[in-house]
Design a binder for this molecule. Structure first.
Ligand SMILES: Cc1cc2nc3c(=O)[nH]c(=O)nc-3n(C[C@H](O)[C@H](O)[C@H](O)COP(=O)(O)OP(=O)(O)OC[C@H]3O[C@@H](n4cnc5c(N)ncnc54)[C@H](O)[C@@H]3O)c2cc1C
Length: 508
């Protein structure tokens, strides 16, 4: 546990004790936790709107209706009363309106080998998989138990200070693909267990068991839509932050972290303004954080590993309006894969039907998003340009990739009447979320990037920390956990976990 920083006379001068760079869920969560513990946080956001991947955007539908689309909050797991995301929101003091998804089929997996409905809860998943893979009941039980064990071994995911899986290298050194081979899973069982890998954005031979288990596990338990989308979360967090005396400044891109000796002393903005504070947290893509810190802030070995660590496959996402009744498609996400091997998602075609995840959140008008992958190399010639000012060739490529996505959706979800409104490319994500490689979730969760030898929250400068999805797991829950975890690094991890648990326990 580190010493509390010198407390400036904040009431009179409104001097921040803690600058948090990045207003995604990790940065805002860390800010609120620290504000609850007496700090005065100032959140700096480069963009003109806060929220990072929770930000929403507006487009006109063909009929003129104004539609507000989500970027990165299509559904969120562990939101039933008493579950982890529910507890973290409760501790933060925010109420987020949610709607439960279809319990029998919150994720529909559509593979050439047949559809499979993922029900809510590990027990139900185990029963459904055992029915689907006859003769493999024992392997199914082993896999389901292992996923739960791994999740329970991660201190923040289990809210158990004594759990030490986060420090267990073996969970980060074995990929989910290798684990499934080691238990002798059949090709069908393997396909069904891997089909939701786009929740974390890494192929089976790269995703550590310690990432797959909590990310898929959190979706399986208590999946909900967020009514009002990412704005509902961002606005609730910001209101709470202000109530606690914290501040947000948008259009405030940080240019570099300032240090003196072995301490951080503040941040310089791109316009040259300097803001002093004894604590700075960089809540963003780890490579972007590295670009702001002194080069020696992380050890050489970590810098080398980060240099070699890949980005997630690029994002290509189509947004539009669904007309008429959704029928049995309502209440579920639809994973439409070309091949029985779900790793096909990471090898997107430039031409022809693509792999797609379709979300149909409850909105009015009814909106949809259809998320697929794209290679950053396809967009090489537009690297030096900014969204939305790009040429006709760029628009033609966007149209081609949109056609790839929509041909899969129209073929595999017959009966839906869909009108495309716009699409986002890896360059859109690069520009709006500041993910250097345009990857869906930024840095690919991988054997080199996470775990004991992965991206560190501490740096060699006292008071300087890094957080965000890239320091843990992607997703609203994963990134929120990293916000709590960095606050724990500053305040004392075990004590904070105990406090979160005790203040959010449901009455017996
Ligand atoms: C297309 C898409 C779909 C997704 N769908 C889901 C979903 O359905 N469910 C789910 O749980 N998760 C989903 N996610 C993932 C989830 O949204 C993210 O993992 C999570 O929001 C990341 O939060 P974060 O705090 O790590 O960072 P971010 O949200 O990336 O925020 C980082 C912030 O830092 C700012 N920043 C960077 N550099 C600077 C600087 N120099 N100065 C000032 N500010 C800076 C950025 O502008 C940004 O606002 C999705 C993501 C994407 C992209």
């Amino acid at each position: 546990m580190e010493a509390t920083p010198p407390a400036p006379d904040t009431a009179r001068h409104r001097v921040p004790t803690t600058i948090i760079v990045g207003s995604g869920i990790s940065g805002l969560s860390a800010a609120i936790v620290l504000a609850r513990h007496g700090r005065r946080p100032l959140v700096l956001e480069a963009h003109n709107v806060p929220g990072g991947c929770m930000q929403m955007f507006q487009r006109r539908a063909p009929d003129g209706a104004l539609c507000r689309f989500d970027t990165g909050v299509h559904y969120v797991g562990s939101l039933s009363a008493g579950q982890l995301m529910w507890r973290l929101f409760r501790y933060l003091g925010v109420e987020v309106p949610t709607r439960a998804m279809n319990r029998e089929c919150f994720d529909r997996i559509s593979l050439p080998g047949g559809d499979f409905c993922v029900p809510v809860g590990w027990d139900a998943v185990g029963r459904a998989l055992a029915r689907e893979c006859p003769g493999e009941a024992a392997t199914v039980a082993t896999c389901v138990a292992r996923m739960q064990q791994v999740e329970a071994s991660l201190n923040w995911h289990a809210l158990a200070p004594e759990a030490d899986g986060a420090y267990d290298r073996s969970l980060y050194e074995i990929s989910i693909g290798e684990y499934l081979r080691s238990v002798g899973a059949s090709p069908r069982l393997r396909s069904l267990l891997l089909a939701q890998s786009s929740l974390y954005g890494a192929p089976s031979n790269a995703a550590p068991l310690a990432i797959h288990a909590p990310v898929v596990g959190s979706a399986v338990q208590g999946p909900h839509y967020v009514v009002g989308g990412g704005d509902a979360i961002t606005n609730a967090l910001l209101e709470r932050l202000r109530d606690l005396g914290g501040e947000l400044r948008t259009r405030a891109p940080a240019a570099r972290v300032l240090v003196e000796g072995d301490r951080v002393i503040g941040v310089e903005l791109q316009d040259g303004a300097v803001i002093h504070a004894p604590e700075v947290i960089l809540a963003m893509h780890p490579r972007a954080a590295q670009g702001l810190m002194p080069p020696d802030a992380w050890r050489g070995a970590l810098r080398e590993r980060l240099k070699a660590a890949p980005e997630c496959v690029g994002l290509f996402c189509v947004y539009g309006v669904a007309e008429g009744d959704l029928g049995t498609y309502a209440g579920s996400n639809h994973y439409l894969l070309r091949d029985d091997d779900p790793d096909c998602f990471y090898d997107p075609p430039l031409q022809g039907p693509a792999d797609v995840v379709v979300n149909l959140p409850p909105t009015s008008p009814q909106l949809f998003s259809a998320m697929g992958a794209a290679r950053m190399e396809w967009f090489e010639r537009w690297q030096g340009t900014r969204t939305p000012r790009r040429d006709a060739d760029y628009r033609a490529l966007k149209q081609q990739l949109t056609d790839n996505i929509m041909s899969t959706v129209r073929q595999r979800m017959p009966g839906l009447k869909l009108q495309v409104v716009d699409a986002a490319t890896p360059l859109t994500i690069r520009d709006y979320a500041r993910y250097p490689g345009g990857g869906i979730y930024g840095l690919q969760p991988g054997l080199a990037a996470q775990g004991r030898n992965g991206v560190r929250r501490r740096t060699r400068y006292a008071g300087l920390y890094v957080t965000g999805a890239g320091t843990g797991a992607p997703g609203i829950l994963g990134a929120c956990v990293t916000g709590f975890a960095v606050a724990g690094t500053m305040l004392g991890t075990d004590a904070l976990i105990r406090e979160v648990r005790s203040t959010t326990d449901l009455p017996a």
